[in-house]
Design a binder for this molecule. Structure first.
Ligand code: SF4
Length: 354
């Protein structure tokens, strides 16, 4: 069901079997080049692969040239209602523009933007959003919002195909997770273009991460979706962290270690929650992909940690260190974590034999 068409966004392939791409969006005023590029740098270090910047005003469009030059990531300009801002953004060298062909000022303006995008050889993101469906689809939306989202997106697709432009990806984002899932499933069955997934206004980090993981994760698990943004009311770096956890949990991409930890129970003599927090923090320094299990006791620890590359099982005075399903050593509890990382470092130095 993955999309057949592949597009290129500043050297990043999206769709057509390419790995699912992580996106985020800057929260800074785009015309504040220093703040915007600092945020892009932070997003890039967290693993963001394509970044989007809002371009509501002319000064934002004018700042794009410098942002594009300084950004380590392809920049997508996010534009509504104003075709001349889209033209300016394309002129500034952005990797793609996100527009809604339904609100950019009529078919002539759409053609102007499409012609400029074609000439620059760049892609677009189009699509509908549950909060901004066109008036003529409102009645359908009241009956079935997912149908209305798909209808709106297909109208945009038709408009661009008539202009002989097929270099785009599509989103049909909704705040209601089941609606969003249904809309993307319907759309994926109808078009070959790459899909940009998202749950709009997902919320604060806890609720938003769960909603995004359920909505985006359900679709990705079915092979639907080529790129996505986890929208959170938070520092966008958190969006990228959540995005990678979704991809890693589905086994779609690898980035750094994966930690599993037991939920703890009455047999936990070590305080596994604290142990897990410390291990998780120290694992952030590793770019390599491997799995570490943190278990509260040695009763179930070895079995449950058996698939991990490394594992520790805590105890009141002594704990166990495991590697690849076997006990490596028995260690005094106060140095258990240091020993774990010592062994991990040795294993990495040896070329990570499994
Ligand atoms: Fe309980 Fe031990 Fe299992 Fe953790 S590993 S949940 S402490 S039995």
């Amino acid at each position: 069901m993955a999309s057949g068409v592949q597009i290129d966004v500043g050297g990043v392939a999206i769709g057509g079997g390419a790995p699912v791409v992580v996106q985020s969006m800057t929260l800074t005023k785009t015309h504040d080049v220093e703040a915007t590029t600092a945020q892009i740098a932070a997003l890039a270090s967290a693993g963001c692969e394509v970044v989007r910047c809002a371009v509501p005003k002319i000064e934002d469009a004018e700042a794009l040239k410098r942002i594009v030059r300084l950004s380590p990531l392809p920049v997508i300009a996010d534009i509504h209602f104003n075709a001349s801002l889209a033209l300016k953004a394309i002129e500034a060298g952005v990797a793609a523009v996100r527009i809604n062909p339904g609100n950019i000022g009529g078919p002539d303006k759409v053609k102007l933007v499409v012609d400029a995008a074609k000439k620059a050889g760049i892609a677009m993101r189009i699509g509908a959003n549950s909060g901004s469906l066109p008036a003529h689809l409102q009645e359908l939306a009241r009956r079935d919002q997912a149908e209305a989202l798909v209808a709106a997106a297909l109208e945009e697709v038709e408009l661009l195909e008539k202009l002989d432009y097929r270099d785009f990806k599509i989103s049909v984002k909704a705040t209601h997770v089941p609606t969003m899932i249904r809309a993307y499933r319907m759309l994926a069955a109808k078009v070959p273009y790459p899909l940009h997934l998202g749950v709009t206004e997902a919320g604060t980090p806890f609720a938003g991460a769960i909603k995004s993981a359920v909505g985006i994760g359900s679709l990705l698990a079915d092979g639907i979706g080529d790129t996505f943004r986890v929208s959170l009311t938070a520092d966008p770096v958190r969006e990228v962290e959540v995005a990678w956890e979704i991809l890693k949990s589905l086994g779609l991409r690898e980035r750094g270690p994966v930690m599993i930890a037991c939920p703890s129970c009455g047999r936990d003599n070590v305080g596994v929650e604290n142990l897990a927090v410390v291990v998780e923090e120290r694992l952030k320094a590793y770019p390599q992909a491997f799995e570490v299990a943190v278990m509260g006791c040695a009763v179930n620890g070895p079995g449950e940690a058996g698939d991990a590359d490394f594992g520790i099982a805590g105890g009141r005075d002594v704990g166990f260190l495991y590697a690849h399903g076997r006990v490596l050593k028995k260690v005094s509890s106060d140095i258990l974590i240091d020993e774990l990382f010592h062994e991990i470092d040795r294993w990495i130095e040896a070329g990570m034999p499994r």
